[in-house]
Design a binder for this molecule. Sequence first.
Ligand code: ADP
Length: 661
Amino acid sequence: MSAQPEVHEFQAETRQLLDLMVHSIYSNKDSFLRELISNASDALDKLRLESLLDKDLDVDTSDLHITLIPDAEKRTLVVADNGIGMTRDEVVGLIGTLARSGTAELRRSLAEAREKGVSDAAAEELIGQFGIGFYSTFMVAEKVTLVTRKAGETTGTRWESTGDGTYTIDDVPDAPQGTSVTLALKPVDTEDHLYDYADKTKLRQLVKRYSDFIAWPIRMDVEKTVPVEKPESESDEDTDKAPETKTVVEAETINSMKALWAKSRSEVSEEEYHEFYRHVSHAWDAPLETITLQAEGTFEYQALLFIPTQPPFDLFMRDSKVGIHLYVKRVFIMDDCAELMPEYLRFVKGVVDAADLSLNVSREILQQDRQIRAIRRRLTKKVISTVTEMRDSRPDDYRTFWDGFGRVFKEGLVNDPDNRDALLKASSFASTHSEEELTTLADYIGRMKSGQDTIYYMTGESRQQIVNSPHMEAFRAKGIEVLVLSDPVDEMWVSAGAEFDGKTFQSIAKGAVDLDADDEDSDDTSKDDQEKAYADLLSWLTTTLSDDVSETRLSSRLTESPACLVGDTFSMSPQLEKLYRASGQQFPKSKRALELNPDHPLVEALNKAYANGDHDKLVPTAKLVYGMAVIAEGGELEDPAEFAKLLAGSLTESFAAGSDS
Ligand code: ADP
């Protein structure tokens, strides 16, 4: 047995985080209790499930519960459970380190928080985003001691820290099964929102407020004054005396344990829903939307779902999980049940309680289960329609939702063709109609010009790059609205053949766009004349630039720039190519068409020079025109040095020509 506890250092990130916890003026210090109770409740859920699955596990599950033991004199509070417990390795891994991926992300946020100062807002934002569970105890405790023994093991572990740079870890031979966390409380300082957490009235109040719905009994000893019972014979004589009383201590359950998802909406307060959301999602923000669903009939189930306000930091990480917990008749079965929600709705948190599943259902069985599939379909539709309703009735909340989760939501446009219509209806897009406001597709269609039969869009890396691209010129000149799609996922769904209300989507940077066709006073004869006048130059350019372009043609999309590059209708955009390359896929560079603006002075001059002969002298200019088209759309030149050299040569020549005259 190790006589001396081992001393470990916290990782740098953990230390910084603790520092923030210890010193921040984060006002909601009460929430430490919710976190401890939430962890204890999870541990009880896990033990019950484990004992169902593993009949040989030697544990007593007859009285699973949580105990609060305040000691006003010693100024300590113990929160204990007889749940699954932790092994020594788990204590080091889960409690001693931040047991999450994304430490780089956290480091960045911490640095930002420090820059802003350790303010309430900074702490709150960080906590909201990362959900600092166990560590929140250091807001209220000078020292935290955790003693735990894993179900089925004989030796327990003690972990202790004062929240500075180190913690100690130690074997405990006689630890009871489960986990107890003892807080040596900081002095009461109500100005700093530090209340008396050794006070029973306060604790009872906090449990009611934050943890009332917890499905396990939360017990606390209460002193009760009861009359002293006397033998029959004495009772007659003392009738005029006050009855004698004594104080007894009784363990009382202080939460009501009601399963909120089984209640109708009118029976549950908003605050209760919010606290439940925080419990299931391990988050600290408030939900933006609460969704309840109670299905009767062939498949009986209840669902209570939440759309968070703040996107979690790991929303786009590979191991980001689906946030639905599965229960069967109030018994917890598993968390992160991927079978119940499509991946693109992974930000939705909550519980589903299905009445007709077996308690020892496995993930493999779930994947095959008809009922689970039916529930998933229904929940998916419900979430999508809720988003649509939110957009129509609470535009500000919808905007918060869209800014946080829109990019994930749009993954569904690619991955869930069955719901594509509903998803398009619920989605919003940036457009040239307004710089700030987003538009729905229905509103876009409402503003379409007469004769316009497709929804125009352009993809790119940023709004600025897209709206300044030469492809936009004629659309701007003619006042035709274009969707501005700058999320990587946009590339995917627009090329997945989406349609809305019978209208197809067309990229303004792809295919032949004939805006003049929509234009009544366009002049076909002058167009034909131009085609003739430029024919020779165009075919020469196609040959000269054949390494880079598929053809050269006259454009009807340009009004200001001399040239732009246009892909085939079904080609990949340069951004998509870049995405694929970045993910390690190889394929040949795709050539696009070079379109020239026949009314641009440079193009006119080039045509004249071409007619005058000495075509070799025009090669540098041809390359410059191509290079300019690449740069103008925000693209990257393959050989910027060569472009610069050509440009310097051309400028020198024009100065020389200027001084000659
Ligand atoms: P979170 O609860 O958000 O995951 P915490 O820091 O609160 O983060 O806890 C980290 C992990 O430590 C938990 O996910 C759980 O695995 C483990 N843990 C915490 N408290 C207990 C407990 N009372 N019993 C068993 N395991 C626990």
